[in-house]
Design a protein around this ligand. Structure first.
Ligand SMILES: Cc1ncc(COP(=O)(O)O)c(C=O)c1O
Length: 397
């Protein structure tokens, strides 16, 4: 009856069973995986957000495959503030970054083709690839007092069927940005093997500092949206930029060598025309909703930095746990003693301590001993949950 691509293992895993049991028994759970910003006690400019939805232009249906021009101009202005010139013609609005991925994958790859993705990274790529009948090939991000792309071995992963290299900037959950020299290596490979570059920049505005520790100034890529050497698709949206995932507005910026770009835009236009995805009220509200980033991003950065500081202060008191270096994003990766599997640790934290955190294998960490925490929870929830995790590890490691 069903397509083999939907043959997922749908039974709850041990961690979700433990959460379910704890909830059923009425006991508290401190959720250190919470990534939904609308539930983390931030102060949104509600009046501005709701007023933006009352734009009279939303009463007229003017189908444009790319989305309304005024909305694309607002997106272009967002990049212009970063010193990157993007024409509205290069922009396609979508309902989410996930949908944007589907457009790009449909444009570039046939069933069975391969996309190179970083590892560790965000688990959704597995589902997105599968739903588009693609294979994922993993390239390693290596850790040594900071993350780096193993560019010297990147080409070993490229096969006849590889169509694109995906970069997540900064990556979730490692918090590592792409460096200019890494991008040079990726672009060289893309050009040589006729591959496209797909850059996911949803967390790009959440850098902890302008430069990474130990990096010379400007080593980090500002955005891939200005990349012209290889065919490049830069993805982002309101879900992280303005912390408004419920608004469902994201985009693709296509850039690259003019002739290749012209063909890509013409084909993307047909894909977009098939779905006409952007909702008029949201699209017309997008300039105002993008503006709200100026009040929400400082709150989120303060929260994320504050929770990181709490974490570091607690670890500095002496602990068998350490934190991996990160440059940005909404997550922290902890290194635990691998005296048991990640999943065993995570299940113990839920069942014994009432704290939910993600085991590293959710993000494809290759060995045991990694735990991923969201840095968005309220400080008191974060501090209590963290104390319980550390106390448990200190007692049992
Ligand atoms: C790296 C990355 N890309 C994309 C997304 C999804 O974004 P959207 O809500 O726009 O689909 C997420 C969500 O957490 C993410 O972590």
């Amino acid at each position: 009856m069903f397509a083999s691509r939907t043959g997922w293992r749908l039974e709850p895993n041990r961690l979700s069973q433990a959460v379910e049991e704890r909830r059923r028994s009425g006991q508290e759970i401190l959720d250190l995986t919470e990534s939904n910003p609308t539930r983390c006690g931030f102060s949104y400019d509600s009046a501005q957000i709701l007023a933006a939805l009352a734009d009279p232009r939303a009463l007229v249906y003017e189908p444009d495959p790319r989305g309304p021009l005024s909305a694309r101009e607002a997106v272009a202005d967002y990049y212009a503030e970063r010193g990157i010139t993007v024409a509205p013609e290069q922009i396609f609005l979508t309902t989410s970054t996930s949908e944007a991925y589907t457009y790009v994958f449909r444009l570039l790859a046939d069933a069975g083709d391969e996309i190179l993705v970083p590892s560790p990274s965000y688990p959704l790529f597995d589902f997105l690839a599968r739903l588009n009948d693609l294979e994922l090939t993993l390239y390693r991000l290596e850790y040594d007092h900071g993350w780096r792309m193993a560019t010297e071995t990147l080409r070993e992963h490229v096969s006849r069927r590889t169509r694109a290299i995906l970069a997540v900037h900064p990556n979730n959950p490692t918090g590592s940005f792409v460096r200019a020299r890494e991008l040079d290596a990726v672009v060289e490979l893309c050009t040589e093997r006729s591959l496209a570059l797909v850059a996911d920049e949803v967390f790009c505005d959440y850098a902890f500092a302008v430069d990474a520790p130990g990096d010379e100034a400007g080593a980090r890529v500002i955005s891939h949206a200005g990349e012209k050497r290889a065919l490049t698709f830069t993805l982002s949206g309101l879900s992280k930029i303005s912390a408004l995932p419920q608004m469902k507005l994201a985009w693709i910026v296509a850039s690259g060598p003019p002739e290749l770009l012209r063909h890509a835009l013409a084909r993307l236009e047909v894909i977009a025309d098939t779905y006409l995805p952007a909702s008029a009220p949201i699209a017309h509200a997008s300039r105002q909703m993008l503006e709200t980033r100026r009040t929400i991003q400082p709150q989120i950065l303060e929260r994320v930095r504050g929770n990181l500081q709490r974490l570091d202060e607690r670890l500095a008191r002496g602990s068998p746990v350490s934190r991996l270096e990160a440059e940005g994003g909404w997550y922290a990766v902890l290194k635990l003693p691998a005296t048991r599997s990640d999943e065993d640790w995570a299940v113990t934290f839920v069942s014994e301590d009432g704290v939910l955190a993600h085991p590293g294998h959710f993000y494809d960490f290759r060995s045991d001993g990694f735990l991923v925490l969201s840095l968005l929870p309220r400080p008191e929830v974060f501090a209590r949950g963290l104390d319980k995790i550390l106390a448990r590890v200190e007692a049992e490691a």
